[in-house]
Design a protein around this ligand. Structure first.
Ligand SMILES: Cc1cc2nc3c(=O)[nH]c(=O)nc-3n(C[C@H](O)[C@H](O)[C@H](O)COP(=O)(O)O)c2cc1C
Length: 204
């Protein structure tokens, strides 16, 4: 991996648990690959545009025949897809919001999943057109979502797995930060569970 894309989705900038743990993932990636280039896309600071009528019309027009207006409608989508194409690793840091991904991450998904651009539709199903890559998804939740204490559905994990697989990305590991009290002196760098996950998936 020579370049990684970091997507950040928490609207909390200073005290976000998902952002803090994702920094630990980036630190490990850099420890393994000192010249690693990290491209940061802060989805909470600058949310991708929502899909509108112009986008919906333009996305079905083959690139060679798109007019100026259609190209403009897809311009931000091209920027975001370009970031995936320029990188060979992906880190997604996200809270769970109402059992799934936050709206800003859904907006990014709507911009990058494009028929005949990032995936093809075949009789056997959707086939991703992007290269597979090591992908690490850091998910912060207020309650439990895994194991015997889970009392809520988790639509985030299967949904992101399906989205990434549709793009062609299948090498995906999830790190869950569950029910960590807010406002305490929690530190991702000193959290034993975070460190043991890093040792397992990204050994030094
Ligand atoms: C609008 C909203 C919806 C949330 N929905 C859930 C949820 O469905 N399940 C859950 O366990 N926590 C939920 N939470 C709690 C957050 O996932 C949790 O506070 C998380 O730590 C936030 O991530 P951050 O620390 O990176 O900002 C929700 C929080 C907000 C603000």
């Amino acid at each position: 991996m020579n370049a990684a894309l970091l997507l950040e989705a928490s609207p909390r900038f200073g005290r976000s648990q998902s952002r803090a743990a994702a920094e630990q993932v980036i630190c490990r990636l850099k420890a393994r690959e000192p010249v690693l280039r990290v491209l940061r896309r802060d989805l909470a600071a600058a949310p991708p545009p929502l899909i509108d009528e112009a986008f919906t019309e333009a996305m079905y027009v083959p690139p060679a025949t798109q007019d100026e207006g259609q190209r403009r409608a897809l311009a931000q989508s091209e920027v975001l897809i370009g970031e995936l194409e320029q990188t060979s690793g992906l880190v997604i840091s996200t809270p769970m919001n109402n059992f799934t991904v936050p709206a800003v991450l859904k907006a990014w998904i709507d911009q990058v999943l494009r028929l005949e651009r990032t995936f093809s539709s075949t009789p056997a199903g959707k086939v991703g057109l992007l290269a597979d890559r090591p992908t690490y998804v850091v998910v912060a939740t207020g309650g439990f979502v895994t194991g015997e204490h889970a009392r809520q559905p988790d639509f985030l994990t299967p949904y992101l797995e399906a989205v990434l697989a549709t793009l062609g990305i299948r090498t995906v590991q999830f790190l869950y930060l569950e029910r960590i009290p807010r406002g305490t002196a929690w530190s991702a760098g000193e959290d034993a569970q975070v460190q043991s996950w890093l040792d397992r998936h990204l050994p030094r």
